[in-house]
Ligand binder design. Structure first.
Ligand code: NAD
Length: 432
């Protein structure tokens, strides 16, 4: 099939590569000229394991092309996927301006029958709005569908090649058939393709992210209580996870969730509810708990140093919002670093991949280090913010020698408290 992807970011590039890999011809379009030029030369603008090889292979074999021309992308394809950003507006709602603007443009460009599919996460009712726009403007028939994206950054390729489920939101039989054919190769082991109406599909995407965020905030609150009552949240986690109704995944407490999806999608769902006269009390609290949790390490840090913080130096390990990605959007590390700078603390940061994503934001106020050990030199304390694998078994003796004070605030519970104490560290985890 001839496909185009509008918006070649985390979702667009991964989907474009996977759909090309199953034999389709895919044109990835983006307004960012630098990005498109780099992709044409084989340079991948994001870090995602396995993606570079897949993009290069499919580009080399002529199935994957890159363009900045919306006209080319629209006119040379039968199916058009929208993978555009839907960021948070000031009031918390999803900002649909880019999506709707591009839909208007696409409607004016169509040169034959097309299927227009949104992969962008959009509020309930948006697909109906898109349908109205194309009905009004397009000179050829355009079917519309919503196909929510469930990939996780860091494992995006695997998630797309073997999705748990594919959701197709469309009342158009034709659209459903086309999407089933496109995604069928990815669910050969029997994972379901769930066909539903557009509004239910739009709600499914928000519900999934809202539930995941709820699990995290629940565990974070519980962790803080465990600490207060003298329980160990890690034992409690295992104790509850053994119940299949609860499940083992997504129960790790930490420094709060971040990324380009959970924070904005929780806020957008609260806003959607508000617009429909409904007050989502649980989700409002989920968001509030998350904001508080981002500062949890700083509270521990202030208590340990008896509020004498000005002029101290902190090593911070982990900038991305989670391991295996360079994405730092809404990452807890940003809130932590900003707060530390306000307190007059010097910050020495390290991340295996994500330094280029944040370097520009701090204008020289934070020093960035190529190795985790460089960041530790003369530090009063270490803050572990992202659980990259390489942080799990470091050379503790070397760390102790490098640091001014052997104090570790472990925001991801990656070290064993007794072992750390045994080695002479002051150690603070989350909820134990
Ligand atoms: P992104 O910011 O990584 O990529 C969006 C791309 O669109 C950028 O490259 C940008 O330059 C481009 N763009 C912006 N305006 C454009 C325009 N007018 N024409 C063409 N291109 C334009 O965003 P993303 O993380 O890929 O997210 C895209 C959508 O998918 C969002 O709605 C998001 O909520 C959803 N989603 C994201 C993830 C994720 O893990 N990133 C997962 C599921 C769903």
């Amino acid at each position: 099939m001839k496909l185009s992807i509008i918006g070649t970011g985390y979702v667009g590039l991964v989907q474009g590569a996977c759909l090309a890999d199953t034999g389709n011809h895919v044109i990835c379009m983006d307004i960012d000229e630098k990005k498109i030029n780099a992709l044409r030369k084989g340079t991948i603008p994001i870090y995602e394991p396995g993606l570079e090889e897949m993009v290069k292979k499919n580009a080399h074999e002529g199935r994957l092309e890159f363009t900045t021309s919306l006209k080319t992308a629209v006119q040379k394809s039968d199916v058009i996927f929208l993978c555009l950003p839907t960021p948070q507006s000031e009031d918390g709602s999803a900002d649909l301006s880019r999506v709707l603007q591009v839909v208007e443009q696409i409607a004016g460009l169509v040169n034959g029958e097309k299927l227009l599919v949104s992969k962008s996460t959009v509020p309930v009712g948006t697909v109906d709005e898109i349908r109205q726009i194309v009905k009004r403007r397009a000179k050829h028939p355009v079917e519309v569908a919503f196909n929510p994206e469930f990939l996780k950054e860091g494992t995006a390729l695997q998630d797309s090649l073997k999705p748990d489920r594919v959701v197709i939101g469309s009342r158009s039989k034709k659209a459903v058939e086309v999407l089933k054919e496109l995604f069928g190769p990815f669910v050969r082991t029997g994972n379901p393709i769930l066909v539903m109406d557009e509004r239910s599909a739009e709600m499914t995407k928000y519900a999934a992210n809202a539930f995941l965020a709820t699990k995290i905030s629940f565990m974070n609150e519980l962790a803080n209580l465990c600490e207060a009552v003298g329980a160990d949240v890690d034992l409690v986690r295992k104790g509850i996870a053994a119940d299949p109704r609860i499940g083992k995944l997504f129960l790790f407490p930490g420094v709060g969730y971040g990324g380009s999806c959970l924070p904005k999608d929780v806020k957008a769902l609260v806003k959607i509810a508000e617009e429909h006269g409904s007050d989502l009390k649980i989700l409002s609290a989920v968001d509030e708990v998350n904001e508080i949790q981002k500062t949890i390490l700083l509270k521990k840090f202030a208590t340990h140093f008896k509020n004498r913080l000005k002029g101290r130096t902190v090593a911070l390990w982990g900038l991305s919002f989670k391991p295996q990605t360079d994405d730092t959007r809404e990452a807890p590390s940003l809130a932590i670093m900003n707060r530390l700078l306000e307190m007059g603390v010097n910050v020495k940061a390290h991340d295996p991949i994500a330094i280029p994503s944040v370097k520009g934001l701090f204008g020289g106020r934070v020093s960035f280090h190529e190795t985790s050990y460089d960041a530790l030199k003369d530090a009063d304390a270490l803050l572990v913010v992202t659980e990259w694998n390489e942080f799990r078994r470091p050379d503790f003796a070397r760390m102790k020698k490098l640091m001014k004070h052997p104090v570790i605030f472990d925001g991801r519970n990656i070290y064993d408290p007794d072992e750390m104490k045994g080695m002479g560290f002051y150690y603070y985890g989350i909820g134990r």
